[in-house]
Design a protein. Sequence first.
Length: 353
Amino acid sequence: MNGPYRLDYARYRLLFRHPFGTAHGLRDGTDAVFVRLTGPAGVGYGEAALPPYVEETQDSVISVIRSIDIEQLVPHYMKRSFQPEQGALVTVSPAARAAVSTAVLDYLSRRAGSSVGGYLAPSMPAKTWALTSVTLGHGSLSDIEQRISELPSSSLIKVKLGGPDDIATLKTVQGCDPRPLFLDANQGWTGLSQALRVLEAVEPARLHSVEQPFGKDRWDLHAALQAELDVPVYGDESIQGMDDLERAVDVFRGVNIKLMKCGGLDVAWHMAERAKELGLLVMLGCMSESSLGCAAMAQLQALAHILDLDGPWLLRNDPFSGLTMAVGGMGIRSELGLGVDLISTLDWHPIGA
């Protein structure tokens, strides 16, 4: 690279404190690629988290990052127009685009003496009240109480369902934790009768929301379930980008916006704004990201109803620090950039060298 900016990448394996299970299966960690942008004013960082159920891999993300012209991308973000011009990359590799654009925004906002959220949208409220959520993954019924005891205080507890022990899991959780329940089946249920049968195991006053119970293309089943419930049904896998929001209006009451799905914090911001215009509840979620990726989404918390950004609390080797959780929102250590600090030594390699 001949210009003033340099991109480096580092492969990493984020490891869970306990094996983490969803309807997609049980795993011990999540592959990730971290990106570092270095320029005359300092550095900025970004993250691509790659759970095994997505099509992207570390190799494919690094390959796409090599194709990005960082000397053009940085000036684009300097304009603060934030109408994504790298739109094709969202389709090719949303995680790669998210990682690089986050690093650019981190770098530029630090240079401007601002938070990323303030750099993106100066008129957006700096702080607001939002519900926070922590996740209980699939696992043995016998250790549910122990795993819950290790989770931080939050407004809600998200229970991963979509397996043979759904009803037993719900009964156990209700017996050892008083928080309202957010139920996430990760497309694991196959029919309306199954969903309603499992939901009957929840005390009505404890049921807060349900997330993506059926396959991502089963808009009909999601609409039918929402019609049966007084609580919101949120779309996750069904909501990949901006176009899906329009269709969601008559199906879901809320949508889960994730950095790794939509392809960048600028896209997530536009999606959250549009979702609110359409009357949809906004949840900001994560794919087991570190404190870096979750802090990026926390920059938009003023637009959210629920913050499902608990990735760091599920990990035992988070390479970044500075994110905290409370009942009413997320706290970030610094008001510069993403607000978190690199605390581990990563094996950086130059892009384009």
